[in-house]
Design a protein around this ligand. Sequence first.
Ligand code: FUC
Length: 767
Amino acid sequence: MKPLIQTVTLLTFIIFKCHAQGNINSKLWYKKPAKQWEEALPIGNGALAAMIFGGIETEQIQFNEETLWTGEPRSYAHKGASAHLGEIRRLLNEGEQKEAEALANEQFMSQPMRQMAYQAFGDVYLDFPEHGTPVAYHRELDLETATVKSTFEAGGVRYTREAFASYPAKAIYYHITSSQKGKLNFAVRMDAIHAKKEVKINGNEIELSVQVDKGALNGIARVKVITDGELKQVEGKLTISNATRATLVLAAATNYLDYKTVSGDPATKTAGILRKAPAFETARPAHITDYQKLYNRFNLVFSNSKHSALPTDERLSRFKGDPNDPALLALYVKFARYLLIASSRAGSHPANLQGKWNHKLNPSWDSKYTVNINTEMNYWPAEMTNLSECHEPLFQMVREVSQTGAEVAKEHYNAKGWVLHHNTDVWRGAAPINASNHGIWVTGGAWLSLHLWEHYRFTQDKAFLQNTAYPLMKGAAAFFLDFLVKDPKTGMLISSPSNSPENGGLVAGPTMDHQIIRALFKACIETAGILKTDAAFAEQLAQTSKQIAPNHVGRYGQLQEWMTDIDDTTSHHRHVSHLWGVYPGEEITPTATPDLLKAAMKSLNYRGDDGTGWSLAWKINYWARFLDGEHAYTMIRKLFNPVYDAGQKMSGGGSYPNLFDAHPPFQIDGNFGGAAGILETLVQSHLEEINILPALPKALPDGRVSGLCARGGFEMDMNWAKGKLTGLTIHSKAGNICKLRYGSKVVSIPTSKGKTYLFGPDLTILK
Ligand code: FUC
C-alpha cells in the first residue's frame, strides 16, 4: 500500500481535471473524420490493432493481427559461412573494404538475403446511406479509457460510435447508438487488399479469410453483429435497419503458432473468441478496468496554454510557430504509454516498426524489427513510465532469437553463445540481411539483452534476473568472448567484421559495438556478483573488457565513430551510433569522462539538429544526458513539426495529425523515443543516483509527474514550479539506499522496502 502516493496522485488528478477543462489533456480530438490513414486513430490489445477513421457515410476499421506475415518457418543461417570469416577480416585489415563487402555478399549473408514482411489483414466497412452532411461532428481518442469515439447529428438524430480493443475479450468492439429509437440504418461488409481472399456470411457473422501471397500463413477474421434492429444478408453484406443500437465484435487469428510452427487453426480460434465474447455492456467496463490497471499508474501534467483547448491537429500546427503548449508534450508522453499498452501486452509479440498498425502488404522496411535502434527505442519509456509488464513481449522475442541466433553464431562465426544482426522478423531471423555494407552488424543481441538488465535495475526482481535475464545475457556475452579479435595495428580487441549502423560500410571495430559489448560485460559481471555465481566467467569478462578498444577523440575534437580518424564532420547522417555510450549507454558522463562527453557533444553538433523521426527522438535523449535542456527542447520542437518539401510531401521527421511519428513514413519508434527523451529532462537515474530535474527546459517551468520509476526500485511523484522543485515523494520497492541529487545538493538515505518518503524542495526529508 502506498497511501501517500495515492493521496498525491488523487490531488494531482483533481487539480489536473480542474485545470484542464475536463480531461481534454488526455484526448486526441478532431472536428472532422480522417481523410488519410495517418489521421485515423489507433486502438489495440497487443495482438489486434485497428485504425478507426470516423467516416460519416463510410466508416473504415482497418485492422491487423500481429502474426500475419509473409514467409514460413526457416533458418536464415548460411551454412558454412564461417569458412570465409578469416578472409573478410584480413581484407578489412588491409583496407580492402569493397573486396571484403563483395566476399561477404557472396558467402556470408542470410539465406534468403531478405527477411519477411508484416501484412495488413483487412477492413471492415460500415455504409450509412442516410447521414448526408451532419453537424456537430466530434472525433476523439480518450487515453484514459482507451476508446475511440465519433459523434455527430444528422436529421435531428445524434449518432454515437465507440471502438475499443479489449485485451481480456481478445476482440475489437465497435458500438453504435442513435439518440432516437430505430434511426440506425447501415450495412457492414469486409474486404482485404490481399489477392487471395474470400468473404462469407453466416447468420449474423461475416467471415473474411486471407492467404498471404508469398508464404505459409493464412488468417481468418470474423465480425459478429448484435443489434436490436432487423438484420439481413444482402449481396455480401449484412444490413441493419431500424435499429437503436448495434455492436460489432471483431476477432482475427492466423495459423502461426510460434516461429517454428504454423499448424494453428484460426477458424476454431476466432469462432471460440466470438462465442465467449461478452456483451458490449460487460466488455466495456472490463476493458477499461484492465487498461487502467496499467495506464493509471502514471500521470504527467504540464501547464496549459491558449492552444491547449484546440483540436489536436490545429494544436500541432500552431506549435510550429508558437512552441508554447507544454501540455501538448504531456499528451505526447501519455499517448506513447497508450501506444505501448496497445501494441505490447503479455503474450503478444513486441511492437514492430509500426507498433502493430499497418495498412500495406509492402510496408516500409517490411514493418519488421530493426534492432540497430528502432526496436530498442520502442521500449525506452517502458520501465520509466511504470509499464514493466509491457516490456515482456520483447523478452520473449529475445528468448527466441537467442535460439536462432545460436545457430547463426555457430555457422557464421564458429562461436558459442548467440548473435543477432540488425533485423529480425516473425520467423526470428538472426543472420545478416540485405547487404554486407550494413547488414553485418553484430551487436543487436547484446543491445537487446541489456533491456533485460534494465528491467532488473528498475524492478529489482532477482528471480527474473536469475531465471530469465542472466541466461540470455550470458549467451550474448559468450558470443563476444569468441568473436572479438585482435586489431593488428593497436593490439586491442575489436569487433570485426561489423558496421557503425548504416554509415561507412563494413569495417573492423566500430565504436558503438565496443561500447555495447563493454556495457553487456559489465552487466553480466554485476549480475554474477548479485546472484553469487559464475565468478570465473565474470573474471574472464572483466579481463577481456579491459582489452577492448576504447573511445577515441579525433582530430576535429569529435568522438571517433571508427578505429581510424576518418569522421566526416559535414555528414548529417541520421544515425549517430557512436554516441551510444551517452544514451542509452552510460560510459560517457559529465562527471566520469568529461573529455569524452565534450567530444560526443561536438560529434552531435557536427551531425546537426535535423533527422528522421527516431533520429530526432534519440537526439532529445542525447541532449538531456548532456544536461542541456534548451537543446533538448529544440529537438522536441522538431519532433512535433513536420517538414515538407516543395511538393508538400513530408520530407523530414515530425508528427502526423494523429501524433504518429513520421520517419517519414510512419514509424512508431519516434513516439516512444520522444516520450523517453521528454522524461529524461525531468529525471535521470542511470548513475547510481536519482538526478532531479537535470535538464529541465525553460519551456516547462511548471509540472508534476506521478508514478515515474527510477533504477534501484524507486517510484516517484514530483512537483515543480517556476523551474524549481516544490515537492518529492519516493516510494521504495526494494529497500535500497536512495541517493538523490538536485543541482549541487546530494542526499543519501537508507530506505525500507514498501515505505514512502516525502521530501521538501531542498531534499530535506519531511516524513
Ligand atoms: C534503420 C534506419 C532507417 C529506418 C529503418 C527501419 O535502418 O536507418 O532510417 O528507420 O531502420
